[in-house]
Design a protein around this ligand. Structure first.
Ligand code: ZN
Length: 323
């Protein structure tokens, strides 16, 4: 390789560390046909914690008819052993959800809204901004009960109903959240429409406009762009990402499409790049195998199929030593 390229050429700076939030128990399982039991969910949760993940979305407090996969979130919360230093959060649609999360012993809830006006009007007969303004009671309840709220803004990168979602629409939703004092926000690409350039541009823009916000990005790998999106998001300055074990999840608007970006693929890529996650990749791969076993189909995970690059490098070095 010596002399084949100039190492002094302009370099890209990479973060030393990023945080990976595991959303497999919620977003991953939410779209699965075979639903693991509470006992199995507890096993998954233990495995996730043991691998070193510090932020875990354990379920959702939504109407059981809407999302039957999440019906046992209360039971899971009651049964789980909370470990110090790990954040356990649940997705909620409204004040009822926040109260249920509190009753179940959680101190963090994530309020979800769609940035797309067409999506919100079709499903809730409301606009995204009006929906966020309606979360004022959640903010009040959280303040009184020492809970922390975050927000998830889905379809931030595009919407199957509306097509393009103008940046101004996303900004308006962000501003409404910030007005309520909710400053941890996830820009979510539920339907896998985001591309790397768009992610970079929206990411840098949002960080500049709202420096007080702790940003998270949430990608689905519907069209195989999730890892590329994470790379350009890091370039934009994003330091928190969601992933789901085994790449579970799917897309509600594209039956059969692949799901959330697989946590173990994200961890593998980041470690290969020298970006630390604090997570043990081999353990994360074991978690993914367990999850795939519980849902009864193969994991959508390239590192599970091909193995770690690091293992190949080690094997080659060993073969050289034995010569
Ligand atoms: Zn999602």
């Amino acid at each position: 390789m010596k002399g084949s390229f100039d190492m002094s050429s302009p370099t890209i700076t990479w973060p030393a560390r990023v945080t990976l939030c595991e959303v497999g128990l919620r977003d991953g399982l939410q779209n699965e046909k075979t639903i693991p039991s509470v006992e199995q969910k507890l096993q998954l949760l233990d495995a996730v914690v043991a691998s070193g993940v510090k932020v875990i979305e354990i379920g959702a407090f939504v109407h059981p008819k809407a999302v039957p996969q999440m019906v046992d979130t209360d039971a899971l919360c009651r049964a789980m052993k909370k470990i110090d230093g790990v954040e356990y959060r649940a997705l909620v649609p409204n004040i009822k959800g926040v109260q249920r999360a509190f009753d179940a012993g959680l101190t963090k809830a994530k309020l979800a809204v769609s940035a797309s006006e067409a999506h919100c009007l079709a499903n809730f007969n409301s606009t995204p901004v009006r929906m966020v303004e309606g979360f004022a009671d959640c903010a009040e309840f959280a303040a009184q009960n020492r809970m922390t709220l975050s927000g998830a803004i889905s379809t931030s990168f595009g919407c199957p109903f509306q097509g393009k979602v103008p940046v101004a629409q996303v900004e308006n939703v962000v501003r409404s959240f910030v007005k309520l004092g909710i400053t941890e926000l996830s820009l979510s690409d539920t339907t896998g429409m985001a591309n790397p350039r768009q992610v970079y541009e929206l990411g840098t823009h949002m960080i500049r406009m709202f420096p007080e916000v702790q940003w998270v990005m949430h990608f689905h790998n519907t069209r195989d762009m999730a890892l590329a999106n994470i790379v350009t998001a890091m370039q934009a300055g994003i330091r928190m990402f969601d992933g789901a074990f085994a790449g579970l999840g799917g897309c509600p608007f594209a039956p059969g499409a692949s799901g959330n970006v697989a946590s173990e693929d994200v961890i593998h890529m980041l470690h290969e790049m020298g970006v630390d996650t604090g997570i043990d990749l081999l353990k994360a791969m074991d978690t993914a195998r367990m999850a795939a076993g519980f849902v009864g189909h193969a994991a959508a995970s390239t590192v599970l199929k091909a193995g770690r690059c690091a293992d190949l490098v080690k094997e080659k070095a060993k073969a050289q030593d034995n010569k």
